[in-house]
Design a protein around this ligand. Structure first.
Ligand code: ADP
Ligand code: MG
Length: 336
């Protein structure tokens, strides 16, 4: 069978096929795909976020499957709603496409999007398709909700206070290690490779964890998209506090230590696209929060504390006991 070309199918033919894929996990909504806008009723605090994945900037054909690409393009947005402690609800999807992209590939992307939507109860309710002659791109705008349940406001970056503890979910360094494996020929076992590449191509957003943290009284969190050091730097600046991280306490993933023993610590500190949560709380709340996360099956580790000084900065306590200010932040698109 010859692959179907976009030009044969046309924009409206494609929208029909997409709609069928997204129907798999559609939630009830007043108006979904088909009209001029989507429409839904809302109570509580509405959240909105958007992220774009661009071919050859955020992904490469050949190192990701179409389905994983779809999953990731929703997952990065789900992670942001999770980091606010919210429930994801409705997404808009913009595709930038050209005729070199096979229709079956686009439908696989849609299946990956639906996989992530089904898992976290978000549905795709509209979007746009535009011609993008050189690079394919996928933009997802995701709306979510923090319910008015009296259990507290969304998790912010600006609410850390001296004396609070800093903790992180899961293990660190996997996604950056996976990216490195995809671009270098490092010899590792098939299992280690699969774990690291999966962390990079199909990250698991900590949505349920963020919701639990808000409900137990945590007020401060961020998801790790730029790298742990860079993202705690955002907390330091927005809260006007210092952050002291203890290198010896970082939960560097075992697979990362196995694959890149010499660089494991730097991958854990600076590796981006982790989509783990960093959360900050008073020591009493921290114990309760970590116990609740454990009930979800999510490990967490205290990695540092909030200090009054140096304001806006991250200090790393090295395994040998030296203290150094972390200058290198996370990934910056315009500086690289
Ligand atoms: P308009 O011209 O009014 O902007 P379109 O013709 O672009 O509408 O889209 C028709 C319908 O299909 C709209 O409801 C729109 O939200 C939906 N739609 C278009 N592209 C996508 C997409 N990539 N994913 C999901 N829904 C889409
Ligand atoms: Mg349009």
């Amino acid at each position: 069978m010859r692959p179907v070309k976009l030009t044969q199918l046309g924009e409206f033919g494609l929208i029909d096929l997409l709609e069928q894929e997204f129907a798999r996990c559609a939630t009830d909504i007043e108006i979904s795909i088909g009209d001029d806008t989507a429409a839904w009723r809302t109570r509580g605090l509405a959240l909105a976020t958007t992220d774009t994945l661009v071919q050859d900037v955020h992904f490469r054909f050949g190192t990701t499957s179409w389905r994983d690409l779809g999953w990731k393009s929703l997952a990065v947005n789900l992670s942001d709603v999770g980091a606010m402690g919210g429930q994801p609800q409705y997404a808009l999807l913009t595709f930038g496409l050209n005729d070199s992209i096979p229709v079956e590939g686009i439908l696989e992307v849609a299946r990956g999007l639906a996989d992530a939507g089904c898992e976290f109860a978000a549905s795709i309710v509209g979007g746009d398709i535009v011609a993008s002659p050189r690079a394919m791109f996928i933009t997802v705008a995701l709306y979510g909700l923090v319910p008015e349940d009296g259990l507290g406001p969304p998790l912010r970056r600006s609410t850390a206070r001296p004396g609070d503890l800093v903790a992180v979910t899961g293990g660190l360094g996997r996604s950056a290690a996976g990216l490195r494996l995809l671009s270098e020929g490092t010899p590792v076992s098939a299992e280690v490779r699969a774990e690291l590449v999966r962390a990079h191509n199909r990250p698991w957003p900590r949505v349920r964890e963020g919701q639990v943290l808000r409900r137990v009284g945590v007020r401060t969190a961020i998801d790790i998209s730029d790298g742990l050091a860079g993202d705690v730097g955002h907390i330091a600046r927005w809260s006007g506090v210092g952050v002291r991280l203890a290198a010896a306490q970082l939960p560097v993933a075992v697979s990362v230590r196995v694959a890149f023993p010499a660089d494991a610590l730097s991958l854990a500190l600076f590796g981006g696209e982790e989509y783990e949560l960093v959360f900050v709380a008073h020591p009493d709340t921290m114990d309760a929060a970590r116990a609740e996360l454990a009930l979800l099956g999510t490990p967490s580790t205290v990695v540092g504390e909030i200090t009054a000084e140096p304001r806006g900065k991250v200090v790393l306590l090295s395994p040998e006991g030296r203290q150094e200010t972390v200058e290198r932040g996370g990934y910056d698109h315009f500086r690289g």
